[in-house]
Design a protein around this ligand. Sequence first.
Ligand SMILES: Cc1cc2nc3c(=O)[nH]c(=O)nc-3n(C[C@H](O)[C@H](O)[C@H](O)COP(=O)(O)O)c2cc1C
Length: 187
Amino acid sequence: MHRPTPTNKEIKLSSKRYIVSKTDTKGIIIYSNDYFVEVCGYSEKELLGKPHSIVRHPDMPKIAFKLMWDRINKGENMVAVVKNLSKSGDHYWVVTDFEPKIDPLSKKIISHTAFRRAAPKKAKETVEPIYAKLLELEKEGGMEASEKFLHDFLKENNTTYDDFVNSLVQEQGIFKLFFTTMKKLFS
Ligand SMILES: Cc1cc2nc3c(=O)[nH]c(=O)nc-3n(C[C@H](O)[C@H](O)[C@H](O)COP(=O)(O)O)c2cc1C
Protein backbone atom coordinates (compact mmCIF):
# COMPACT_ATOMS: atom_id res chain seq x y z
CA MET A 1 0.00 0.00 0.00
CA HIS A 2 1.14 3.55 -0.76
CA ARG A 3 2.52 5.09 2.46
CA PRO A 4 2.61 8.89 2.36
CA THR A 5 5.57 10.56 4.02
CA PRO A 6 4.27 12.56 6.99
CA THR A 7 4.58 16.35 6.81
CA ASN A 8 4.26 18.64 9.83
CA LYS A 9 1.05 20.19 8.53
CA GLU A 10 -2.16 19.74 10.48
CA ILE A 11 -5.45 19.80 8.58
CA LYS A 12 -7.92 22.01 10.42
CA LEU A 13 -11.27 20.25 10.78
CA SER A 14 -14.68 21.86 10.81
CA SER A 15 -16.33 21.76 14.23
CA LYS A 16 -19.67 21.26 12.48
CA ARG A 17 -18.88 18.26 10.31
CA TYR A 18 -18.31 14.60 11.12
CA ILE A 19 -16.05 12.08 9.48
CA VAL A 20 -17.98 8.84 9.19
CA SER A 21 -16.79 5.48 7.94
CA LYS A 22 -17.99 1.95 8.24
CA THR A 23 -15.96 -1.25 8.11
CA ASP A 24 -16.57 -4.97 8.12
CA THR A 25 -15.45 -6.96 11.16
CA LYS A 26 -11.85 -7.02 9.87
CA GLY A 27 -11.56 -3.24 9.45
CA ILE A 28 -12.06 -3.16 5.68
CA ILE A 29 -13.79 0.07 4.66
CA ILE A 30 -17.29 -0.46 3.25
CA TYR A 31 -18.62 3.09 3.54
CA SER A 32 -17.20 6.59 3.73
CA ASN A 33 -19.03 9.88 3.96
CA ASP A 34 -18.10 12.90 1.83
CA TYR A 35 -16.20 14.62 4.62
CA PHE A 36 -13.92 11.63 5.10
CA VAL A 37 -13.06 11.75 1.37
CA GLU A 38 -12.51 15.51 1.56
CA VAL A 39 -10.22 15.37 4.59
CA CYS A 40 -8.13 12.27 3.90
CA GLY A 41 -7.60 13.08 0.22
CA TYR A 42 -8.40 9.57 -1.06
CA SER A 43 -11.38 9.17 -3.39
CA GLU A 44 -14.30 7.00 -2.32
CA LYS A 45 -13.10 4.45 -4.89
CA GLU A 46 -9.63 4.40 -3.33
CA LEU A 47 -11.06 3.93 0.17
CA LEU A 48 -13.68 1.24 -0.37
CA GLY A 49 -12.31 -2.27 0.03
CA LYS A 50 -9.11 -1.00 1.71
CA PRO A 51 -8.06 -1.62 5.32
CA HIS A 52 -8.75 1.36 7.58
CA SER A 53 -5.05 1.48 8.34
CA ILE A 54 -4.84 3.41 5.03
CA VAL A 55 -5.02 6.55 7.21
CA ARG A 56 -2.86 5.18 10.04
CA HIS A 57 -0.29 7.71 11.21
CA PRO A 58 3.14 6.35 12.23
CA ASP A 59 2.96 8.48 15.41
CA MET A 60 0.09 6.33 16.70
CA PRO A 61 1.15 3.60 19.14
CA LYS A 62 -0.03 0.04 18.46
CA ILE A 63 -1.54 -0.25 21.93
CA ALA A 64 -4.18 2.37 21.04
CA PHE A 65 -5.55 0.12 18.30
CA LYS A 66 -5.25 -3.03 20.39
CA LEU A 67 -7.40 -1.45 23.12
CA MET A 68 -9.85 -0.29 20.48
CA TRP A 69 -10.24 -3.69 18.81
CA ASP A 70 -10.54 -5.50 22.18
CA ARG A 71 -13.44 -3.24 23.07
CA ILE A 72 -15.30 -3.01 19.77
CA ASN A 73 -15.01 -6.77 19.18
CA LYS A 74 -17.12 -7.15 22.33
CA GLY A 75 -19.68 -4.75 20.86
CA GLU A 76 -18.64 -2.01 23.29
CA ASN A 77 -18.03 1.60 22.40
CA MET A 78 -14.64 3.15 22.84
CA VAL A 79 -13.78 6.81 22.64
CA ALA A 80 -10.32 7.39 21.23
CA VAL A 81 -8.24 10.41 20.31
CA VAL A 82 -6.56 9.55 17.01
CA LYS A 83 -4.00 11.22 14.76
CA ASN A 84 -4.64 10.26 11.14
CA LEU A 85 -2.54 10.60 8.01
CA SER A 86 -3.96 12.01 4.78
CA LYS A 87 -2.91 11.00 1.28
CA SER A 88 -0.69 14.08 1.05
CA GLY A 89 1.10 13.26 4.33
CA ASP A 90 -0.69 15.96 6.35
CA HIS A 91 -2.47 14.92 9.53
CA TYR A 92 -5.72 15.54 11.38
CA TRP A 93 -6.71 14.83 14.97
CA VAL A 94 -10.10 13.32 15.73
CA VAL A 95 -12.19 12.07 18.60
CA THR A 96 -13.70 8.76 17.51
CA ASP A 97 -16.76 6.90 18.74
CA PHE A 98 -17.81 3.47 17.48
CA GLU A 99 -21.16 1.85 16.95
CA PRO A 100 -21.43 -1.86 16.12
CA LYS A 101 -24.20 -3.27 13.97
CA ILE A 102 -25.44 -6.58 15.38
CA ASP A 103 -27.22 -9.23 13.33
CA PRO A 104 -30.57 -9.75 15.09
CA LEU A 105 -30.60 -13.50 14.45
CA SER A 106 -27.03 -14.61 15.06
CA LYS A 107 -26.36 -11.74 17.53
CA LYS A 108 -22.96 -11.44 15.88
CA ILE A 109 -21.34 -8.14 14.93
CA ILE A 110 -21.68 -7.45 11.20
CA SER A 111 -20.00 -4.07 10.91
CA HIS A 112 -18.52 -1.15 12.83
CA THR A 113 -19.27 2.51 12.18
CA ALA A 114 -16.86 5.18 13.37
CA PHE A 115 -18.00 8.77 14.00
CA ARG A 116 -15.27 11.34 14.25
CA ARG A 117 -15.25 14.96 15.23
CA ALA A 118 -12.44 17.49 15.52
CA ALA A 119 -10.35 16.80 18.62
CA PRO A 120 -10.25 19.66 21.15
CA LYS A 121 -6.85 21.36 21.53
CA LYS A 122 -6.59 20.13 25.11
CA ALA A 123 -7.04 16.51 24.00
CA LYS A 124 -4.37 16.76 21.30
CA GLU A 125 -1.89 18.47 23.60
CA THR A 126 -2.44 15.93 26.37
CA VAL A 127 -2.28 12.75 24.34
CA GLU A 128 0.52 13.68 21.94
CA PRO A 129 3.36 13.27 24.49
CA ILE A 130 1.70 10.15 25.92
CA TYR A 131 1.51 8.56 22.44
CA ALA A 132 5.14 9.53 21.82
CA LYS A 133 6.15 7.77 25.03
CA LEU A 134 4.06 4.68 24.21
CA LEU A 135 5.62 4.51 20.75
CA GLU A 136 9.12 4.81 22.16
CA LEU A 137 8.40 1.99 24.62
CA GLU A 138 6.99 -0.19 21.84
CA LYS A 139 10.17 0.26 19.84
CA GLU A 140 12.25 -0.81 22.84
CA GLY A 141 10.14 -3.43 24.55
CA GLY A 142 7.11 -4.17 22.36
CA MET A 143 3.46 -3.70 23.18
CA GLU A 144 3.82 -5.29 26.60
CA ALA A 145 5.97 -2.34 27.65
CA SER A 146 3.51 0.28 26.37
CA GLU A 147 0.55 -1.56 27.90
CA LYS A 148 2.30 -1.56 31.29
CA PHE A 149 3.12 2.14 31.04
CA LEU A 150 -0.49 3.00 30.20
CA HIS A 151 -1.79 0.85 33.02
CA ASP A 152 0.61 2.45 35.54
CA PHE A 153 -0.12 5.95 34.22
CA LEU A 154 -3.87 5.53 34.74
CA LYS A 155 -3.32 3.98 38.17
CA GLU A 156 -1.02 6.78 39.30
CA ASN A 157 -3.60 9.31 38.19
CA ASN A 158 -6.29 7.36 39.97
CA THR A 159 -8.40 7.11 36.83
CA THR A 160 -9.59 4.69 34.14
CA TYR A 161 -9.08 4.93 30.39
CA ASP A 162 -12.71 5.96 29.85
CA ASP A 163 -12.73 8.64 32.55
CA PHE A 164 -9.40 10.01 31.38
CA VAL A 165 -10.38 10.27 27.70
CA ASN A 166 -13.85 11.57 28.50
CA SER A 167 -12.37 14.35 30.62
CA LEU A 168 -10.41 15.47 27.55
CA VAL A 169 -13.12 15.26 24.93
CA GLN A 170 -16.43 15.82 26.70
CA GLU A 171 -19.01 17.50 24.50
CA GLN A 172 -21.67 19.51 26.20
CA GLY A 173 -25.14 20.86 25.50
CA ILE A 174 -26.14 21.24 21.89
CA PHE A 175 -23.02 19.45 20.54
CA LYS A 176 -23.74 16.38 22.64
CA LEU A 177 -27.31 16.28 21.33
CA PHE A 178 -26.12 16.77 17.74
CA PHE A 179 -23.61 13.95 18.06
CA THR A 180 -26.14 11.53 19.54
CA THR A 181 -28.58 12.33 16.73
CA MET A 182 -25.88 11.81 14.09
CA LYS A 183 -25.08 8.37 15.47
CA LYS A 184 -28.73 7.37 15.39
CA LEU A 185 -29.06 8.47 11.76
CA PHE A 186 -26.20 6.26 10.63
CA SER A 187 -26.75 3.12 12.66
C1 LIG B 1 -14.76 1.37 12.18
C2 LIG B 1 -13.26 1.47 12.28
C3 LIG B 1 -12.64 2.68 12.05
C4 LIG B 1 -11.26 2.82 12.15
N1 LIG B 1 -10.70 4.04 11.94
C5 LIG B 1 -9.37 4.18 11.97
C6 LIG B 1 -8.76 5.45 11.73
O1 LIG B 1 -9.43 6.46 11.50
N2 LIG B 1 -7.41 5.51 11.76
C7 LIG B 1 -6.62 4.44 12.03
O2 LIG B 1 -5.40 4.57 12.03
N3 LIG B 1 -7.18 3.23 12.29
C8 LIG B 1 -8.51 3.09 12.26
N4 LIG B 1 -9.08 1.87 12.53
C9 LIG B 1 -8.18 0.77 12.97
C10 LIG B 1 -7.54 0.04 11.82
O3 LIG B 1 -8.42 -0.96 11.38
C11 LIG B 1 -6.19 -0.59 12.24
O4 LIG B 1 -6.39 -1.48 13.31
C12 LIG B 1 -5.16 0.46 12.68
O5 LIG B 1 -5.02 1.45 11.69
C13 LIG B 1 -3.80 -0.17 12.95
O6 LIG B 1 -3.32 -0.73 11.79
P1 LIG B 1 -2.25 -1.90 11.80
O7 LIG B 1 -2.78 -2.96 12.72
O8 LIG B 1 -2.13 -2.33 10.38
O9 LIG B 1 -1.01 -1.28 12.34
C14 LIG B 1 -10.46 1.70 12.46
C15 LIG B 1 -11.09 0.46 12.68
C16 LIG B 1 -12.46 0.35 12.61
C17 LIG B 1 -13.12 -0.98 12.87
